[in-house]
Design a protein around this ligand. Structure first.
Ligand code: NOJ
Length: 529
């Protein structure tokens, strides 16, 4: 193997901040563990399962929204950002969760949803009751319609979930919602909105959370003239990187500069990661300049196909981009919005093999990795019956897109029980398949070949060998169908071709994603002499 290029993320002086090499676990609260038997996951249930996360070897947990919400979009329609929805518990349960996580050595990130609020947020309730053009409406994006009597939406923007991004009130005014009509977009040019969110950040920082995952981080600021959006360019299947006057406007960076100042007032390396689906890497890197967010998800890696050139290109372009601004890379293969890797990479045994191999590539890379619950169990998306679907995407798309529920099915913890240990009362909010128990934590624990044990070993080895090696990585040439990289004395080789790869000379095997190191659709970590 011949060295071809080298990448380095700029480090900080002395010890690197915790988040630069962290493994963060996305805990999708309503599907993780049901503590009160109502069929929906909650904070008490999640707290009871924290030892599983500590055993897994992660560094931090990201909790998806547990705030007061009518649950039109699984809690991403927030009515009160400073309270816990009774469905998930109360503030005391949240405090207990944070305290216990900290006692186990785990940090806690919470979601913040600043692009929109539920239409049940007091500000929207007030706005709806007020007259068109009134001050109460100015905190959201209200506009008169087009056409002779205002019967057409103010522009051609489409909701991400399908249909127009505007809804008309009986008084004739239209309001903007880039997502569901139940999620009204704030107008971030109104000073109340910025103040509101700084108070929200402080509220949770004061309660001891370690940082935030920022929902739709690229959407807050719109082109103020609200022009029509150009037609969406033809994108390869599944690729979703929106651009246009709704997204990634320059003014959004002022918001994150202000938020960074708030975070830095607090001790303990508090941080924020943005969910910014932006089209190019330069745009992505702008979110992580030194005075803005700490991290931003790299979704091009998540969207790379099962081809060596694609995966390798996604990795090197990301490292180059964040390296320019001194930020650390972040990697994600799964989250609650996309099909799970097992399904994306082909489904069945092939999909699982590839998902396990991809995980070893991700966990070998410098920067931090964001896991999504169930990925450590090798779960695939569940093909749910139409009547079970709860994602608003299903309704809004006129039943043409099934939405994201297939990857949100409640986790199996034990081999038996009506919901395999997820809860012990009402049926789970999404049905669990009959064979789910065989994927459970109980079924996989202690089995050397299980995906759970693979993740446990990978996270342990990563902590002991890869993190101490620092941010430098060298990509090696292992042929057109492989991705090979070296960090410190660890070599990671991912084989995407059809031929068996030879063992590297003199190297000792540390970990393999399948029984035969070097086999097609597998990855292995080797210790170099
Ligand atoms: C991104 C979240 O991850 C997704 O679940 C949600 O539907 C949208 N933002 C709208 O908040």
């Amino acid at each position: 193997m011949v060295g071809t290029d080298a990448h380095a993320c700029a480090g900080t002086a002395g010890r690197a901040a915790w988040w630069r090499e962290a493994v963060v676990y996305e805990l999708y609260v309503r599907s993780f563990a049901d503590g009160n038997g109502d069929g929906v996951g909650d904070l008490i249930g999640a707290r009871g399962r924290l030892p599983h996360l500590a055993d897994l070897g992660i560094d931090a947990v990201w909790l998806t929204p547990f705030y007061r919400s009518p649950m039109a979009d699984g809690g991403y329609d927030v009515a009160d950002h400073r309270d816990v929805d009774p469905l998930f518990g109360d503030l005391g349960d949240l405090d207990a969760f944070v305290a216990e996580a900290h006692a186990l050595g785990l940090r806690v990130l919470v979601d913040v949803v600043p692009n929109h609020s539920s239409v049940q947020h007091p500000w929207f309730v007030e706005a709806r009751a007020a007259a068109p053009g009134s001050a109460a409406r100015a905190r959201y994006v209200f506009r008169p319609g087009r056409g002779g009597s205002g019967e057409l939406p103010p522009n051609n923007w489409q909701s991400d979930f399908g249909g127009p991004a505007w809804t008309r009130l009986p008084d004739g005014d239209w309001y903007l919602h880039l997502f569901d009509p139940e999620q009204a977009d704030f107008d971030w040019s109104h000073p109340d909105v910025g103040r509101h969110f700084e108070e929200i950040l402080r509220f949770w920082l004061d309660r001891g959370v370690d940082g935030f995952r920022i929902d739709v981080a690229h959407g807050l600021v719109k082109d103020p003239t609200l022009p029509d959006a150009p037609d969406r360019p033809e994108l390869p299947a599944g690729l979703y990187l929106p651009s246009g006057p709704q997204w990634d406007q320059p003014g959004v960076h002022d918001v994150y500069r202000a938020w960074r100042r708030v975070l830095e007032e607090y001790p303990g390396e508090r941080m924020a990661i943005g969910e910014a689906w932006v089209a190019d890497r330069a745009a992505m890197a702008r979110y992580v300049r030194a005075d803005e967010l700490h991290q931003v998800f790299d979704f091009a890696f998540l969207q790379a196909s099962w081809k060596a050139a694609d995966l390798r290109g996604a990795v090197t372009r990301s490292l180059d981009a964040v390296g320019l601004v001194g930020a650390s890379a972040t990697w994600v293969l799964n989250n609650h919005d996309v099909a799970r890797t097992v399904t994306r990479f082909g489904g069945g045994p092939v999909g699982l093999r590839r998902a396990r191999a991809a995980a070893l590539l991700m966990l070998a890379l410098p920067g931090s990795a964001y896991l999504y619950q169930g990925e450590e169990l090798g779960l695939a998306d569940v093909d749910l019956p139409a009547e079970a679907l709860r994602d608003p995407v299903w309704q809004r798309s006129g039943h043409t897109r099934r939405g994201r529920d297939g990857g949100r099915v409640p986790l199996p913890w034990s081999r038996s029980g009506s919901s395999f240990g997820f809860g012990s009362g009402a049926p789970p909010w999404l049905p669990v398949p009959s064979g789910w128990g065989e994927c459970s934590v109980e079924a996989q624990s202690g089995h050397e070949d299980s995906t759970l044990e693979l993740y446990r070993r990978a996270l342990d080895l990563r902590r002991r060998h890869l993190v101490p090696a620092g941010p430098e990585v060298e990509f090696l040439d292992a042929g057109a169908d492989a991705v090979a990289l070296r960090r410190g004395d660890v070599l990671c080789v991912l084989n995407l071709g059809r031929e068996q790869l030879p063992d590297p000379d003199g190297a000792r095997l540390l970990l393999r994603s399948d029984r035969t190191a070097g086999a097609p659709d597998t990855a292995a970590w080797w210790r170099l002499p």
